[in-house]
Write a protein that binds this ligand. Structure first.
Ligand code: CA
Length: 222
């Protein structure tokens, strides 16, 4: 299996590369979060340290999940429950706290890979362009068109729209949007969500495209 290992600690990385190699895995090691976004397409599984020098690992995970279903095992010194929950909610398949037993890591990698294979067989990747009426949201290219005309959204505005459009026709809770876009369901950013969503609605000019479900969250499309 091709494994991408994002780990800035040389000692940890060397030990992991060796044991992975011994178990027949072709491993590419990178030091930076941005390298993950460069090389993820040529990997079957990502082992992701959260404390990376350039971008926080949870941000890397969020960016990756916008474009990929790659199996991800988070491997980190952060064992607090909050980080674990955030990592899993952002789409990590498993979460291991350092120091890790190598036999356990290998077993977890196998389990995650089996589940990923089952998932792929059961449900081929959904459409990456979502349409509702004359609104087209291209989740891969991060572009939006209304009646064939491109609409410019800021990165955060698009993130908010993408969380909803990615589950078109489904009610999505406020917490889910906050968690996926800001990595935090905290009150302080709750107001930002309303501001960004108001901007998205104003720019798209399609009332009813995003429905507010009182006391819960939102729904994109019908
Ligand atoms: Ca680190």
């Amino acid at each position: 299996m091709r494994i991408l290992l994002a780990e800035d600690d040389d000692g940890v990385a060397a030990a992991l590369v060796e044991v992975l190699y011994d178990h027949g895995h072709d491993t590419r090691r990178v030091r930076l979060g941005r390298d993950v976004l460069t090389y993820h397409r040529s990997a079957d599984l990502l082992i992701l340290d959260l404390g990376l020098p350039d971008v926080d690992g949870l941000e890397v995970l969020r960016g990756l999940r916008a474009v990929s279903d790659l199996a991800v095992v988070v491997l980190t010194a952060r064992g607090d429950e909050r980080s674990v929950v955030r990592g899993l909610r952002l789409g990590a398949d498993d979460y291991l706290v350092k120091p890790v037993r190598l036999a356990e890591l290998l077993a977890r990698i196998e389990a995650v890979t089996r589940r990923a294979a089952a998932r792929t067989a059961a449900a081929p990747a959904g459409p990456r362009t979502v349409c509702a009426g004359d609104v087209e949201v291209d989740l891969e290219a991060r572009r939006v068109r209304v009646a064939g005309v491109a609409v410019e959204l800021t990165a955060k505005e698009f993130d908010v729209l993408a969380v909803l459009a990615g589950r078109a026709g489904t009610a999505v809770s406020r917490e889910q949007v906050l968690d996926e876009v800001w990595g935090d369901a905290h009150r302080a950013v709750s107001r930002s969500l309303d501001v960004h969503l108001a901007q998205v609605r104003a720019k798209l000019g399609r009332p009813g495209l995003v429905t507010t479900i009182r006391g819960f969250g939102f729904r994109f499309g019908n």
